[in-house]
Design a protein around this ligand. Structure first.
Ligand SMILES: [Ca+2]
Length: 300
């Protein structure tokens, strides 16, 4: 799709409210309807009958075969401009803006991006020897890792002032947080939880689908108590149980960036961000012209 307009948010009180006694009665009825709608939210429905962007995973069956892992498609709700020069490696929603990490030596940055325009509001570049990768934010600190330099950076998420550097073993690919610890992918099937102060490895989990390791785990996002990971060189995003590493669902984003939007330097899907407050899911790719706001659909 081209430059789609953002989806207008329905305000439940927008219609039907009147004045006087009849209006008051309507308001009572409206309140009852609203309460019923809110009750439905607990069952996974949004007010107005709209499905949530991210439907919860069903409980996994023990020893379920690969074919039993639920698969999801997607529906595009909006497409927002994205810098085609950005080799996206990390994407985070924070306080009404996107924070983005871009890679490639000499092009590596941390940036703040205005969603509606794609305008880069703020940026800081990393030195040429660094190929930046995943990005996560805890509180007012932005954590950024690099591919093979075994070095990470901690920035003030508001000012982008570099506060400190840290070291870790192996490669750095994706980064996310459960709110307390950092979660790091490194291109294997392994995810490591790091203490955000000492950067010690707190725990390690192997990601498996029906018992088989899933490697090439790349950009990460913490969504509704799950870890989402896009698999490098694929259009698939794994929904991972953080306790066991088991894949509880697979989202198939194939076709998200149409062929006619691709150029010779357009690269793979990479970049997942979630606005938990508004239940908005954003997906983009390396040197893609759009950040897509999507909603999952359940595949039969
Ligand atoms: Ca992310």
């Amino acid at each position: 799709m081209k430059n789609a307009n953002p989806v207008s948010r329905q305000t439940p009180g927008g219609r039907g409210a009147g004045t006087g006694a009849r209006g008051a009665a309507r308001r009572v009825i409206f309140a009852l309807v609203l309460a019923a709608a809110l009750g439905a939210t607990a069952c996974g429905k949004k007010p107005g009958g709209r499905l949530p962007a991210v439907p919860p995973s069903p409980a996994p069956a023990a020893g379920a075969p690969a074919g039993a892992i639920p698969r999801y498609g997607y529906e595009v709700l909006a497409a927002w401009p994205h810098d085609r020069g950005a080799y996206t490696q990390g994407l985070v929603w924070r306080n009404g803006v996107l924070l983005e990490s871009t890679g490639m030596n000499g092009e590596s940055t941390l940036r703040e991006v205005e969603l509606k325009t794609g305008r880069v509001v703020k940026r800081v570049a990393q030195a040429r020897q660094y190929f930046s990768e995943g990005l996560a934010v805890i509180g007012d600190k932005a954590f950024q890792v690099t591919w093979q330099s075994r070095k990470g950076f901690v920035y003030d998420a508001d000012t982008f002032r570099l506060e400190r550097e840290f070291a870790y073993e192996g490669e750095g690919w994706g980064l996310a947080t459960d709110g307390k610890l950092l979660i790091l992918s490194d291109g294997t099937s392994r995810l490591r939880w790091l203490d955000p102060t000492t950067f010690a490895v707190v725990r390690t989990v192997e990601v498996t689908a029906a018992g088989q390791p899933v490697s090439q785990l790349n950009e990460l996002e913490w969504i509704g108590g799950e870890i989402w990971a896009n698999v490098w060189h694929s259009d698939e995003v794994m929904r991972i149980d953080p306790a066991t590493g088991a894949v509880r669902g697979v989202v198939d984003f194939s076709g998200l960036l149409p062929a006619h939007e691709r150029r010779s330097d357009t690269d793979v899907l990479n970049g997942i961000a979630y606005d938990a407050a508004e239940d908005r899911l954003f997906v983009t790719g390396k040197r893609w012209p759009w950040v897509y706001q999507v909603r999952l659909t359940v595949k039969p």
